[in-house]
Design a protein around this ligand. Structure first.
Ligand code: GDP
Ligand code: IMO
Ligand code: MG
Length: 430
């Protein structure tokens, strides 16, 4: 069973980075296949924190190859900084560990500037993007104007593509947003510097590399970014990101067939968070919300923004299980619930006075639902050192069983703290 997809089942920041790091000890490859530096994946090993935005979260395991594949929008300036920081901390010792696909989309400063200018201009209708240029970069790809990573190594072609791509951006920046235009010559020179830094990682045919690995029965882990409810097609549109974040995207973004995937692991917080605008039925604006935010340190790993917090929404989780085909769950941050007198799980929604367990797919409808909760007793013990299910208080064990029974799929991993070792494996992964 060598190929496994790890995806976020909520609005991102579920703890994917931690799980991928933990799973990577058994993985030969970790592949990032969508999103860009809007992602912030936190890894904590022996108390040392590493936040990754573009480099796959397998990087702390020197024998695990990390591939940034076609579906990613690659902010080369940020990537160069990220690689430098990893090297300075002795965390990326071997250049052969990282591979960057020639067909990944290059993201440059003008994508970021346009993203930020649009958000500023939107006034009361902001999406609350990370400002990392994700939307504009995917627009370039869809409109066939994108610069691909492989283009960086042909300066003449690059200059021509850059001019074409920047022309429209400059028109918007100057005339619509009243900003300075992009200085093409300066950018071109900068790009040449970044290209040299990234040359050692160039991978001319990443789908072939992944196919060969799968053929040789290597263990390949596909690392999702963002979360199901931020999916461009199936999320809370328009309050979503600009890529497909569901499990099928692992195939599209890396060029493997769906029949290659053996397991889809959904990463789920024991409560819910969201950054940015959009509906959030179980959001809490009370002392429990403050508890979750404070004890859970719910601040964005990319932007530092405060995350909105609320109870676990099982209606949304069941929707995520269906549209991703999630086979197993990892339940994260259950330690954050310690100290709450009772814990609530949203089991159904009330819509126009009627009870339903069906998740509505239009955000307008989602803003109108009223959550129906099941309330169970909490626990006061600190569980962050628990090594097995038996170490957990009875009420925590009951909560985990209840969640498993409600959603109908196994919970294979329980996370009781941010550290690599604060992980209870109910069942082996591969
Ligand atoms: P990702 O984007 O899905 O990788 O998640 P983030 O890294 O953005 O956010 C998850 C946060 O929760 C990080 O600060 C992690 O260190 C932390 N974290 C992960 N698992 C646990 C856990 O089980 N308990 C606690 N308390 N923190 C956790
Ligand atoms: P990880 O991988 C949480 C959210 C933004 C905003 C919306 C659109 O760390 O889980 P974008 O910049 O993508 O155009 O913003 O998506 N968002 C995330 N929220 N975690 C993330 O990534 C996110 N990436 C984007 O806050 O609401
Ligand atoms: Mg994150």
């Amino acid at each position: 069973m060598p190929a496994l997809v790890v995806i976020g089942s909520q609005w991102g920041d579920e703890g994917k980075g931690k799980v991928v790091d933990v799973f990577s000890s058994q993985s030969d490859y970790v592949v990032r296949y969508q999103g860009g530096s809007n992602a912030g994946h936190t890894l904590i090993v022996d108390g040392k924190k590493t936040v990754l935005h573009l480099v796959p979260s397998g990087v702390l395991h020197p024998n695990t190859k990390c591939i940034i594949s076609t579906g990613v929008v690659l902010d080369i300036e940020t990537l160069v900084q990220e690689i430098k920081a990893l090297k300075a901390n002795g965390l990326l010792q071997n250049d052969e560990q990282l591979l960057i696909s020639d067909t990944a989309t290059v993201l440059l400063s003008y994508h970021r500037r346009l993203d930020q200018a649009r958000e500023q201009d939107a006034k009361n209708e902001k999406i609350g993007t990370t400002g990392k240029g994700i939307g504009p970069a995917y627009e370039d790809r869809a409109s066939r104007k994108a610069i691909l990573f492989g283009d960086l190594f042909s300066p003449d072609k690059l200059k021509e593509k850059l001019k074409k791509s920047i022309d429209e951006k400059n028109f918007l920046l100057e005339h619509k947003y009243k900003e300075e235009p992009v200085d093409i010559d300066k950018l071109f020179t900068d790009i040449q510097g970044w290209t040299e830094e990234l040359r050692p990682y160039r991978c001319k045919n990443s789908p072939y590399e992944i196919h060969q690995a799968l053929k040789a029965d290597k263990k390949v882990l596909f690392e999702g970014a963002q979360g199901t409810l931020l999916d461009l097609l199936h999320g809370t549109y328009p309050f979503v990101t600009s890529s497909s974040t569901i499990s099928g995207s692992a195939c599209i973004g890396s060029g493997v067939g769906p029949n290659q995937i053996d397991k889809i692991v959904g990463i789920t917080k024991a409560y819910t968070t969201r950054v940015g605008s959009g509906p959030f039925p179980t959001e809490l604006d009370d002392e429990v919300g403050t508890h979750l935010g404070t004890v859970g340190h719910e601040f964005g790993a990319t932007t530092g923004r405060k995350r909105r917090c609320g109870w676990l929404d099982l209606v949304a989780l069941k929707y995520a299980i269906r549209i991703n085909g999630i086979t197993n769950l990892a339940l994260m941050k259950i330690d954050v619930l310690s100290g709450l007198e009772t814990v609530k799980l949203c089991t159904d929604y009330k819509v126009n006075g009627e009870k339903t367990s069906v998740y509505p797919t239009t955000p307008g409808d989602l803003s109108e639902v009223e959550p129906i909760y099941k309330e169970v007793p909490g626990w006061s013990e600190d569980i962050s050192n628990a090594k097995s299910l038996q170490d957990l208080p009875a009420n925590a064990r009951s909560l985990i069983s209840l969640i498993g029974a409600e959603v109908g799929i196994p919970i294979d991993v329980i996370s009781v703290g941010p550290g690599r070792k604060q992980t209870i494996w109910v069942k082996p992964l591969f």
